[in-house]
Design a protein around this ligand. Structure first.
Ligand code: PRT
Ligand code: MG
Length: 215
């Protein structure tokens, strides 16, 4: 690909960065640094015009909506919480896949009052229980949701489940499936218009990479 305009891509380090590398490579983009060892927040690449900004996963939609990055890679869980229609979401990258689920003790007592649900996914949890017609009390946490039922903070949690090992290690079981989660490419609305050719080339390259059989 030829990068004839500056382009900035926002993504988080860890699983999203690692699983984005093959997609970026397919578009000819290779980061000059590894965010796990470098303290740089802006990574140069093999193209002078292409930069990667490494930020918290939950900040990616904000950077892209406000144009601090042209594109971003964010989990659907994060996008569901972010909400609104401030960005375009043209492509499911099929990376960092997991499920959003409710979980709890297998032998928890039936609670006749309102169930308490601990989660960092307030909106998704609200929507899920509202659709079922269940009145629940939602408690916002920022992490370690699995602890909440153990210490009696909540009856259930809503969290992401991949292998199920984290739940299992804490004596919990997955209960109800809320949504399949994967990472999405998001695009700033102005960049979509102003850098349309470049953005479309990137989307095509990513789409092509996704459709390749994995080895
Ligand atoms: O960790 P940090 O607080 O910096 O931010 P973050 O948790 O938002 O980022 P990160 O890198 O952990 O996750 C980025 C994105 O990866 C999420 O927004 C999801 O879209 C996606 N993803 C995919 C996951 C998982 N799989 C996942 N398993 N994110 C988190 N987990 C956690 C889950 O919350 C639970 O604690 O892993 C644990 C469960 O895993 P298993 O395999 O034990 O079931
Ligand atoms: Mg995490």
């Amino acid at each position: 690909m030829k990068f004839d305009a500056p382009i900035t891509i926002a993504l988080s380090k860890g699983r999203i960065f690692n699983q984005s590398l093959p997609l970026l490579a397919h578009a000819g983009i290779e980061p000059a640094d590894d965010p796990d060892t470098s303290r740089k927040l802006i990574l140069d690449t093999n193209h002078e015009q292409v930069k990667l900004v490494i930020i918290r996963a939950t900040d990616v939609p904000t950077y892209v909506e406000y144009g601090a990055a042209d594109l971003g890679i964010a989990g659907k869980d994060v996008l569901l919480e972010y909400g609104g229609d401030g960005l375009y979401e043209p492509l499911d990258l099929k990376i960092a896949q997991c499920r959003m689920m409710t979980a709890g003790y297998p032998d928890r007592k039936q609670n006749n009052g309102r169930l308490r649900i601990a989660t960092k996914y307030i909106k998704s949890a609200q929507r899920f229980f509202a659709t079922k017609g269940e009145q629940v009390e939602i408690i916002k946490l920022y992490g370690s949701m699995e602890l909440a039922p153990i210490v009696g903070l909540s009856d259930l949690i809503v969290d992401l489940v991949e292998s199920g090992n984290t739940l299992k290690a804490n004596g919990l079981v997955p209960l109800e499936h809320i949504a399949d989660i994967s990472s999405r490419l998001v695009v700033n609305k102005a960049s979509w218009k102003m850098k349309h050719g470049l953005v479309m080339q990137l989307i095509d390259a990513f789409r092509d990479a996704i459709s390749q059989p994995t080895t």
